[in-house]
Design a protein around this ligand. Structure first.
Ligand SMILES: O=C(O)CCC(=O)C(=O)O
Ligand SMILES: [Fe+2]
Length: 311
């Protein structure tokens, strides 16, 4: 536990039982934790941030050449996503951020599998390799953390892990321009939301701006801790654990006057996964297919998917 912040620090170098106990505490209370001792060298993070900065600095035409497609891969310009499904705040203004999205690399789009397909790659030397290496490192770590999360929630059925055998993955390179100090209260870099899926592993720079909501409704800062990843639970893991693991609202407001970069990696179930609570107690949630939930969220929030449904 850290005394600088209310978000726990979990050190993976501790004993297995200690790590499981720390997970149990962090994810049944705040739903967020700083993970340290993960053994991923700093150079891996440096390379993905460097790739992100080079991409976002490209001329707009080069970024728009890989504009986000119907499979949610590519460049998402600023002012094209609004969290209208948010039940946490009345959100009317689009998010003040741009991003590049890499998802699972499939050889082709299979029309029977929502969001399957190959990635779109910009014409930028070394970019694809940097993202693929980072994606591989995050996938390995996420699978390890998920097994700990299941154990912490008392989920012993191997079927839970099988939903992630071919995961839905999203590596998002976010760029938040500075917001004016006097910008409207409801103008966000990322409006209050919970994440959709399993686990989110976030690398951020030292600019700050990420905030997490406490159970009492206050917003607390989650600044960078060197060498850490901020890890949180998404809505599907919340449901699978029958509510034991919390999917906690968070948001980003960048009033620092500086450019902010972050690289969240989302490790989610396959879109065909049937999400039903997998703990011993009576189920608190009705069954849900992950892909059906995802489609409704993306079509409501992203211009690119609204166009797709009109076409
Ligand atoms: O940029 C961040 O720090 C958080 C981003 C985030 O919450 C998201 O993309 O879901
Ligand atoms: Fe998020």
């Amino acid at each position: 536990m850290s005394d600088q912040t209310e978000v726990s620090v979990i050190d993976l170098r501790m004993s297995h039982n200690q790590v499981v106990a720390d997970f149990s505490h962090a994810y049944s209370t705040s739903g967020f934790g700083y993970i340290i001792g993960h053994n991923i060298p700093g150079t891996v993070f440096a390379k993905v941030f460097e790739a992100s900065k080079r991409f976002h600095a490209l001329p707009m035409a080069q970024k728009m050449a890989v504009a986000v497609d119907a499979n949610h891969r590519g460049y998402i310009p600023i002012n094209t996503s609004t969290d209208v499904t948010s039940t946490l705040a009345k959100v009317t203004k689009p998010n003040q951020s741009a991003s590049f999205m890499m998802m699972r690399e499939d050889a082709v789009h299979d029309p029977s599998i929502y969001l399957s397909g190959p990635n779109q790659w910009p014409d930028l030397a070394g970019f694809r390799t940097a993202l693929q290496s980072y994606n591989d490192a995050m996938t390995r770590l996420a699978r390890h953390l998920l097994a700990i999360a299941f154990e912490a929630a008392g989920m012993t059925d191997p079927a839970a892990m099988q939903m992630f055998d071919t995961p839905t993955t999203w590596l998002r390179l976010l760029h938040y321009p500075p917001q004016p100090a006097q910008s409207a209260d409801d103008l966000y870099g990322s409006a209050p939301h919970t994440d959709f899926g399993g686990l989110t592993l976030l690398a951020q720079d030292d600019v700050g701006g990420l905030q997490v909501q406490t159970p009492e409704g206050a917003w607390i800062d989650v600044p960078k801790i060197d060498g850490s990843l901020v890890v949180n639970v998404g809505d599907m893991l919340h449901r699978l654990s029958n509510g034991k693991l919390k999917s906690t609202p968070h948001r980003v407001i960048n009033r620092s006057g500086r450019e902010r970069y972050s690289c969240p990696f989302f490790f989610d179930p396959h879109v065909t996964a049937e999400i039903v609570p997998m703990t011993a107690e009576p189920a608190k949630f009705a069954p849900l297919t992950y892909g059906t939930f995802l489609r409704s969220q993306l079509e409501a929030s992203y211009e690119a998917h609204q166009d797709a449904t009109k076409a």
